[in-house]
Design a protein around this ligand. Sequence first.
Ligand SMILES: Nc1ncnc2c1ncn2[C@@H]1O[C@H](COP(=O)(O)OP(=O)(O)O)[C@@H](O)[C@H]1O
Ligand SMILES: [Mg+2]
Length: 316
Amino acid sequence: PDHSRPKKDDGLRSMASDKGPAVLARGVTKSFGRLLVLDRLDVEIPRGVTYCLLGPNGSGKTTFIRSIVRLLRLDSGELRVLGRPVAQVGRIYSRIGYMTQHKALYPDLTVEENMEFYSGLYGIMGREREKRIEELLRMVALSEHRKRLAGALSGGMYQRLSLACTLIHEPEMLLLDEPTVGVDPRLRKIFWEYFEQMAKDGKTVVITTHLMDEAERCQMVGYMRAGRMAAQGSPEEVLRQAGLRPVLSLWLAEPEKDAAHLGDLGYDIEVRGEVVNVSLESRAQIKEILAEVSPVDIRLLEPKLEEAFLRLSEGA
Ligand SMILES: Nc1ncnc2c1ncn2[C@@H]1O[C@H](COP(=O)(O)OP(=O)(O)O)[C@@H](O)[C@H]1O
Ligand SMILES: [Mg+2]
């Protein structure tokens, strides 16, 4: 064999060989005619995380995802994908899995045939193909429906098959545009566990959604509004940016005395009758507080991401 030939297939390169975040956008702008859809958008998606791109309908989520795989050209700004300028993303398609918001399967092929087709696109053959298809069909609970035509599947089943096809080549970055629409809660949980495992394995999972409860499961969230990033970070960071903190309520026998004591220790407190509310900087403080006072009852009120986004986008 000729060892002097340079390796051509970028897909075989190790993940660490090209540096930088999974996705880096700086001042990304895109208009359709006179409609400004991405307006100097800044996004940074680190590798090895689950990242939720959240935002109301029409805020530009799909447009941004499509620009990452270069299905559309940007007007201006910088966009890098897995360490490369987006203009070169075609060379690393085999490392990316993209599931669109719209139907992208062959309706007149069966479940199994669709998966075989996608395997073929990525050169996955023989025993490996069988094993992979088997595994993924089990994950999306479609093993028993493998002979059904894709066109005859229910909405949720179709979504599940789309996801299985997107995962066939074990992509290092997944782009999922509203993947859990119509998927029942039990399977949704299985999907999430799978995504979380992928992130643990160093892969990047980007999910768009308008469902807040899904955002809370992600390690990072970005909230888009009118083509701009209104807030970005871990859910805890976003809550902090919005000035929202968890509140620990303490029911105390001597609220005034204990409140004074906690106040002296520098805690942010508020007294309401027999209840003392402490605004927490971190959850670690709970233990510290309980070492100082002995409440008869306690309650922890966690702030909601939804409220944080509302506050942040009103301010923006
Ligand atoms: N190809 C296109 N031509 C014209 N307008 C478009 C096109 N794609 C998207 N838009 C418009 O851009 C805006 C953002 O759309 P989209 O990115 O799909 O938002 P989201 O996915 O957040 O709902 C919408 O007003 C939509 O109608
Ligand atoms: Mg969309």
